[in-house]
Design a binder for this molecule. Structure first.
Ligand code: SAM
Ligand code: SF4
Length: 476
């Protein structure tokens, strides 16, 4: 039995969900002669990676360069994830390693940012004795004050959530950038209250960022040579922004269009779409602009309507199938669809688990991000339902879902053989500097001989073979 972890390309190409397999991103070295050094390890989803770029920008103005070496840092932040228990355990283990390093360098400031900061609040200061700072996702503007409090000898916490903060005016400093693709946060928080999910509690109410600042950020990336942007939000389809004078109203389809018209050479991706909100208008906008990638991350979580109701997803199996049919009708069979799946949610029966497998067959997902249910304290499910599926059953059901997905991914990849796909080159392939690696419209990794091409080039590649996670080919 193979697991998802066996093929790195397969699991790394979704910007929305990286925690299970690509747990950390570390600040790159930026040396501009500032007096102090900041080191950030970011865990979890792309929203966190994007937030770390905002934190870096706020602290750059306050006299901080960044470092990729913990040993060089004056301030160390872990930007954390709470989505599953394992994510929190990973951070706690890392904190104890960092704390033993701090004993050798007592002046070093250690802070916890993000979802764990919000969930555990000042308790974290007591539990992890050497943490100096605890800062929630809406309080990053306060970091300079909080750091100066710590410099003055006290420990600091700010976990206030906001209904307005979108950091719209802050120009993120790109970290670990390949210079080709970048994330743009278009909204924060979530109002959906799925019963299993901690996000509404850790990231607060949903708010959309000013459309004008989003377009300005995309323009500035384009001017800096970037070729691809991914618009990020927990539920991008509920994006809505109204100008303060009330003259402009922009929904997600409108925002996509405003970014797409900037340049035909700028590829647009987005994540995550919610099945209850994705509209035909969004699908027609995708169809109208060739530079909006034909790939939709549409997490279903379960294929059974009773379980979906317990999850409070607010759609059922038939509604989801209707949305998939609309994608196929408007964008065709080539549009890639991916999903998130949760195995072994409270009270799920064997027959209901089979419904998830049969839905996967119906949709023919290109890839999925698959988890077993992890109860999170304070969520609706933790309060209302017993976490009653034994761990071995959860794991077996998850293994069946993963196996099904491997079959589907391979079959979908086989369809590409013989076709010519436009690939945006991102890097050398992991295995050889004679090969380049990039992604096609459908977000699949494509590897081909380097020739005279380089990072940032669009290359037409004829696909000649594939694995579960990668397409291989030759430039035409
Ligand atoms: N907003 C996105 C959506 O609604 O699809 C999802 C965001 S969440 C950060 C990413 C994924 O983590 C979810 O789609 C779900 O599959 C998974 N997840 C969330 N809470 C979970 C839990 N308590 N146990 C297992 N997986 C969970
Ligand atoms: Fe969590 Fe549901 Fe919001 Fe996604 S839509 S972040 S799963 S509450």
């Amino acid at each position: 039995m193979n697991t998802l972890l066996t093929d790195i390309d397969f699991i790394q190409n979704n910007p929305a969900e990286t925690v299970a397999n690509n747990p950390t991103q570390v600040t790159a070295e930026i040396n501009t002669g500032k007096s102090r050094k900041l080191y950030i390890e970011s865990y979890g989803c792309a929203m966190n990676f994007s937030d770390s770029e905002i934190v870096t920008s706020i602290l750059y103005k306050e006299g901080f360069d960044t470092t990729s070496e913990l040993e060089q840092a004056d301030v160390v932040f872990l930007n954390t994830c709470s989505i599953r228990e394992k994510a929190e355990q990973t951070v706690r283990m890392r904190l104890s390693q960092i704390n033993s390093h701090k004993k050798k360098r007592p002046g070093m400031i250690v802070g916890v940012l993000g979802c764990m900061a919000e969930r555990l609040k000042s308790k974290l200061l007591d539990e992890e004795k050497l943490v100096d700072l605890v800062v929630g996702p809406d309080a990053y503007r306060d970091l300079p004050n909080l750091i100066s409090d710590v410099d003055g000898g006290s420990r600091s916490v700010n976990v206030l959530l906001s209904r307005e903060e979108t950091y719209a005016d802050i120009n993120p400093i790109r970290l670990n950038s390949n210079g080709v693709s970048a994330f743009i946060s278009i909204m924060r928080g979530c109002d959906n209250m799925c019963s299993f999910c901690v996000v509404p509690f850790t990231r607060g109410r949903e708010r959309s960022r000013d459309a004008i600042s989003i377009v300005a950020e995309a323009k500035s990336l384009l001017a800096d040579g970037f070729k691809e942007v991914t618009l990020l939000g927990q539920n991008v389809d509920s994006y809505k922004w109204t100008a303060t004078d009330g003259t402009e109203h922009v929904n997600f389809a409108g925002l996509l269009e405003r970014v797409a018209v900037l340049s035909p050479d700028l590829r647009i991706r987005f994540s995550t779409s919610h099945p209850k909100d994705i509209t035909d208008e969004v699908l027609y906008t995708m169809k109208k602009y060739p530079n909006i990638c034909k790939y939709i991350h549409l997490p279903v979580q379960s294929g059974n309507s009773r379980v979906l109701e317990l999850m409070n997803r607010t759609y059922d199996r038939d509604w989801y199938i209707n949305r998939v049919d609309a994608i196929r009708r408007i964008l065709g069979v080539d549009c890639a669809i991916s999903s998130d799946m949760i195995a072994g949610f409270c009270t799920e029966t064997e027959a209901e688990h089979q419904d998830t497998l049969s839905l996967m067959d119906y949709v023919q997902y290109d890839y999925s991000y698959m988890f077993f249910y992890s109860e999170r304290p304070g969520t609706l499910a933790a309060r209302k339902f017993a976490d009653d599926i034994p761990l071995d059953v959860k794991k077996r059901r998850l293994a069946e879902i993963i196996e099904k997905q491997r079959e589907l991914s391979y079959n979908r990849n086989l369809l590409a053989i013989g076709q010519v796909h436009r690939v945006l080159v991102e890097n050398f392939s992991k295995k050889s500097t004679d090969q380049l690696s990039g992604r096609n419209d459908q977000n699949k990794v494509v590897v081909f001989p380097k020739g005279n091409f380089q990072k940032g080039d669009y290359v037409d590649v004829r696909i000649t073979s594939c694995s579960v996670g990668t397409l291989f080919g030759e430039a035409v």
